[in-house]
Design a protein around this ligand. Structure first.
Ligand SMILES: C[S@@+](CC[C@H](N)C(=O)[O-])C[C@H]1O[C@@H](n2cnc3c(N)ncnc32)[C@H](O)[C@@H]1O
Ligand SMILES: [Zn+2]
Length: 277
């Protein structure tokens, strides 16, 4: 399943490392994941979400505010995969594995999570160990250069993470599903209204998925929305830190945010299913 990020040959498990026939070798970390990111393309020390961002997202997700989305995503994946025997699912940009762990409940599945952040991937391992999950593997890698064989996957999932037409098409089997989760227009609108004078709705993304059916009956677009009360200052701050607005907010906006003790927000998601041509 894993391929060498240097020469693209198959990687084989040899003791505590993954090795290719040409001798490129990647050690398996004590926690059980592997770093398949080559320094030539990225700096693994600084790539992706940093330790603070990972901590904030983990604390927020573990409170369960987004659990309904995780369950809905698992249901959609199970439905799309239907009777596929031993489905292989890749969670691309998996963060700290909150959705990956839920996807591992799809019957007989083998789930692979990758993320460019080594902090996030280390946390994925802790999560699956604590939950006793044995059908998930994790690697530090880029969505734009996936460390997987051609046509090895039945589904690729991307939750609030990069979407890459060429790589996802390469690793998916023909007829395989790409499931993309993104914010709906009203996602967290009330939070934005509390912080900004002129809050705006999220605009739909366009991914340029030329290798997938985007507009006929093979493409599905599910809007999933619910309201929830974010019930502490800390949770509100962690949630805001997970959003792209965090780094664009003025001091005044941050002061308004920190003054909130609790807030009811719309959690709104688009779950889009694209099928590989
Ligand atoms: C908003 S977070 C979403 C994480 C997770 N899917 C979730 O919803 O909890 C985006 C994730 O994409 C990762 N990421 C960013 N660029 C990436 C890339 N080129 N390849 C893989 N992961 C990437 C970040 O490190 C981060 O964990
Ligand atoms: Zn190699």
């Amino acid at each position: 399943m894993y391929i060498c990020p240097v020469c693209k040959d198959k990687l084989n498990r040899v003791d505590n490392s993954w090795r290719c026939p040409k001798g490129h070798c990647f050690d398996i970390a004590r926690k059980g994941h592997v770093n398949l990111l080559t320094t030539a393309k990225h700096n693994p020390k600084t790539a992706g979400d940093n330790a603070d961002m990972v901590k904030a997202r983990t604390e927020f997700l573990d409170k369960g505010y987004y659990r309904p989305l995780a369950e809905k995503l698992r249901e959609v994946a199970a439905e799309v995969l239907g009777s596929t025997d031993k489905p292989v699912i890749i969670d691309s940009g998996c963060g700290e594995g909150f959705y990956t762990a839920e996807l591992s409940k799809v019957k007989n599945s083998q789930v692979f999570g990758i993320d460019i952040s080594k902090h996030a991937v280390a946390h994925c391992m802790t999560r699956v160990h604590l939950a006793g999950i044995t059908n998930c593997c994790f690697a530090v890698a880029s969505s734009f250069e996936l460390p997987f064989d051609d046509e090895c996957a039945d589904a690729v999932v991307s939750v609030f993470a990069p979407v890459c037409n060429d790589e996802y098409a390469r690793v998916l089997k023909r007829g395989g599903a790409l499931i993309v989760v993104s914010p709906s227009p009203r996602h967290l609108f009330e939070l934005k209204a509390a912080v900004y004078d002129e809050p705006y709705e999220n605009k739909p993304n366009s991914y340029g998925l030329t290798a997938f059916y985007e507009s006929d009956d093979k493409h599905r677009d599910i809007r999933f929305e619910y309201k929830t009360v974010i019930s502490s200052q800390q949770d509100i701050y962690s949630l805001f830190m997970m959003t792209p607005y965090f780094y664009k907010t003025s001091e005044e906006g941050m002061a308004r945010l920190k003054a909130l003790d609790s807030i009811e927000v719309t959690c709104g998601f688009e779950i889009q299913v694209f099928i590989k041509k």
